[in-house]
Structures are given as C-alpha cells and as structure tokens.
Design a protein around this ligand. Structure first.
Ligand code: MLT
Length: 267
C-alpha cells in the first residue's frame, strides 16, 4: 500500500477510480475499529465515476500504531494526505461512525476544503460521562490483554441480522487483529470527542445522512434527528443493514451516495 508521513507517523492509503472525474474526489474515513478495507465492497460500484481516497487512520490497518490520537489529529492526518496527493480543491468527506466524528473535526478545522459531507451511521453528541469512563477502562484493558475481549463485546451490536456468518466472522478476525496501541488510543480519542451539534447545524454545504435501518449503535431515529439540525441535510435509511451499510448492503449504500452526488452536481 502507498504511504505518506503525517507528523510523527507513517500512514497508509489507497486511491481508486478516475483522475479525470468531474466530481470532487471522495475521502472515505472508516469507523472503529476498522480500516480502509471497510469500503472494499463499494469501491467497485463507485470507482468508475469518482476518485476515491481511502486512508487507514493512524493505528489501524497498515498505518503505524501510535499512542497519540484524537479526532483532530485524525482530521489533520487526512488533510495532510490530500496535500500529499496534490488535492488543493474541495473534496467530499464520507465518514462512517468514528469516521463521522473525524468528518466533524475536518469540518471545523478544514471546512474550506469541503464541498459536501456524507455522514453514515454516526452521531453529533459526545459520550456521556459514564460511556467515556467505560472507554477509558476498555483502553487500559486493551493495552494489557489485547483487543479480542472488546470485539467480542461489540460485535453483536455492529452488524444487523441479515449479514451472513462468513462475512461476520471475517470482520471479527480483522477487528480483533487491529494493533492494541491503535485501538486503545482511539478509545481515548472517542471518549474525549466534543459535541458536534452546532458544527452540523451551521455547515452550509450539502449533507447526506445515511443510517442502516437495523443500526443498534447509531439508530435511524438518531439519524433523522441529526438531519433535522441542518436545512441542507438529506436523510436516507438503508433497509437490511446494521451499523456498517457499506459492508452489509453495499449496493443500496452506493446508490444512496451516487444519487446524492448527482443531485449535488446538478445544483
Ligand atoms: C464506530 O463504528 O466507529 C463506533 O461504533 C463509534 C463509537 O463507538 O462511538
């Protein structure tokens, strides 16, 4: 995989699709504790029309594990990736769950580099005090005993009932293989993240909010409430999917993205 250096870390990414696309490139930011492979089922569906930039956030996948992580640092890392690739004109950021939290930080820190955002299965609220404290406990445990216990705890909520057992097991193994250091530092970053209600409410470019109909982590009701915060937000629910529609219902997810991008390009 190609790599670039972001401050203190060597980070990996892939690029797909056409350089001559007239649409701005899409920057795809994965959820926790996943990596860029999370998008692999939608890449073939979108790459003919769009240029897709797919990073592994620091500490995940092929990117260097690091104890230094925060939503701001992840957002700055992907902004540096755009610099590295020579993208000076605006892009569309698409973030799923934790990737959505990174997208909010990108909106705050690099908003001038955006032409639209796609927020999938995410939320604007920060953790409650109790949830944040649970994440800090998990971070300590991950460093002492590895990630497996955490994935066992999370998995029942991640995917909806329609995902086949083989795919579910393959993702269990991939998540359990993420480096402990990267997972623990991401848990702290998740616990420390700030409220993004006003960031979404005041964003003045097109927004798509997508949620799996069976998402038990960031629910469709939560997605609808997010969409109500911004007059430019459009909401789509993906039937037959839990928390990760690009894995669970790639065709429906890619269609929702394509329809949104086509509507944006007509305006
Ligand atoms: C994710 O999928 O990125 C996580 O569910 C985010 C979270 O735990 O808040």
């Amino acid at each position: 995989m190609p790599r670039y250096t972001a401050n203190d870390a060597s980070l990996a990414y892939t690029v797909h699709g056409s350089e001559s696309s007239t649409s701005p490139p899409l920057l795809l930011i994965h959820g926790f504790p996943l990596d860029g492979r999370m998008w692999q089922r939608i890449i073939p569906l979108l790459e003919r029309s769009y240029r897709l930039i797919v990073p592994d956030l620091r500490g995940f996948g092929e990117s260097q594990p690091t104890r230094k992580a925060s939503m701001a640092r992840y957002a700055d890392d992907v902004a540096l990736l755009l610099d590295h690739l020579g993208h000076t004109s605006p892009v569309i950021v698409m973030g799923l769950s934790m990737g959505g939290y990174v997208a909010f930080e990108f909106m705050r820190r690099h908003g001038e580099r955006l032409s639209a955002v796609i927020l999938a299965d995410t939320r604007v609220e920060p953790d409650t005090r109790e949830a944040a404290s649970g994440r800090r406990d998990d971070a300590r445990r991950v460093l002492s005993e590895g990630t497996r216990f955490l994935i066992e705890k999370m998995l029942p909520k991640v995917f909806g009932p329609e995902l086949d057992g083989t795919t579910r097991q393959a993702w269990f193994e991939r998540m359990a293989a993420q480096p402990a250091e990267g997972v623990a530092s991401a848990l702290i970053a998740l616990a420390d993240r700030v409220d993004s209600t006003s960031t979404l409410g005041t964003f003045d470019k097109p927004v798509l909010i997508v949620v799996g109909a069976d998402d038990a982590i960031t629910t469709p009701a939560g997605g609808r409430a997010m969409a109500a915060l911004n007059p430019r937000a459009h909401f789509v629910e993906i039937p037959g999917s839990g928390h990760v529609p690009p894995i669970e219902q790639p065709v429906a997810f890619a269609s929702a993205v394509r329809e949104f991008l086509e509507s944006v390009s007509r305006k």
